[in-house]
Design a binder for this molecule. Sequence first.
Ligand code: ATP
Ligand code: MN
Length: 425
Amino acid sequence: MISLEELFKHPLYNLPRPALQEDDWLLRLKTDAELILSYRQSASEEEGYDKTSWTTDKETHPPWLRFHLGISRRELYDRKDLNLAQLTHYLATERILGAVQKKGGTQLKLLVSFPNYGQALLKPMRQSRDAETDVNLFYFSDFERHNAEIAGFHLDRVLGFNRIPPVVGRLINVTTEIRDITTDERLSRTFFTSPAGNVCFYGQCEYYCSTENPVCGRPHVLEVSLATMLPDLSLAPRRSWRSPWRRSYSRTKLAQWEKDSAYCDTVKKTPPYNHGTRLVDLIDMAVLDFLMSNMDRHHYETFEEFGNDTFLLHLDNGRAFGRHSQDEPSILAPLAQCCRIRRSTLLRLRLLSHPDFRLSDVMRESLAQDPLTAVAPLLSEPHLSALDRRLATVLGVVQTCQDTNTDVVYNDLDQYEDQQLEDDS
Ligand SMILES: Nc1ncnc2c1ncn2[C@@H]1O[C@H](COP(=O)(O)OP(=O)(O)OP(=O)(O)O)[C@@H](O)[C@H]1O
Ligand SMILES: [Mn+2]
């Protein structure tokens, strides 16, 4: 049996890359001392935090800080970094010190904090894992799913992108780990006991924050996803970009890209898509989104520090994996309309369609590392097989492009010998 470990040993996941320079690290631009001071200051007001803190010595850094210090221009984390396992273990087990509602966005989510100043973005389970989105619901009326956040992180990593902050599943006690400790009045006011005797809450937000749409424990226990928080915006500002292939978020209106088949020609001429890797980065993101059927990628973010020469953050994957019995070809519009794809991405996609490395198999194995798998598989078998079906569709679209276009493949691998890359794909 071929495993995830074997996949990650493949040359395509181990390309020798130029060493990162000083200005390729998000936070190395600041000295360690400055950085630590700013972290301490931002939390010094609050009670209950650990007194003894870390020094500039790396050994003393908590996993979340090591994650922040490991963010580079090229990717959010290094898959081989041993800190990753420590980070996910930390998120899954550390004592929850605080939980408040996170502002921004439309649906209920909480900002959770830990005693050594680490933080995570919590999204609750709202519906059973197997519930398929109602066919009469528009994509913008869909609930977010905690398992989609978790599976999105794993899929992004399996694709070799490393552009989603690590996410882990956890069972929490809504009474002792939220209601009893929260300082957020607006949140605590919304707790109640349901007719079935379960402890529920709904918070305050634009959508689904009402008694009719409660989040409920059983009677106290709730499944949630916890995403590692990125460095604070004051430390590492981010820029938000509107996706050129954004949907209209309207029942009746079509977006420009849906009406104009030459839409990509315009995008290709428009900064920042006319230069560097931004267009193929966007197409990578479209492939990820098509595979998990995420129609909600209205924006993406980058770290300002790195200008336009950097990867795209794939934040907010809560609306992925809504339907397994149906695919959404329009998500692939950037690929189908531009007929362009990174060579490294294409080769990894081909590898993942190989029976030895079948995407559904490596995803099943990857997701099994998450603690919530003990409760139930994070993606049901129909969702896993949908991944294989959609992968075949992506490769089909690339083939169609190649039948009628030259210059489909953006060669980001020209410094490598072909033999080095394609030993069995
Ligand atoms: N891991 C993270 N670290 C720091 N900030 C994050 C993280 N994940 C998301 N955010 C920020 O929080 C905002 C809201 O999160 P998210 O998009 O997941 O919520 P949402 O309710 O689905 O939003 P929307 O309704 O706009 O789609 C995002 O725009 C992003 O800037
Ligand atoms: Mn969202």
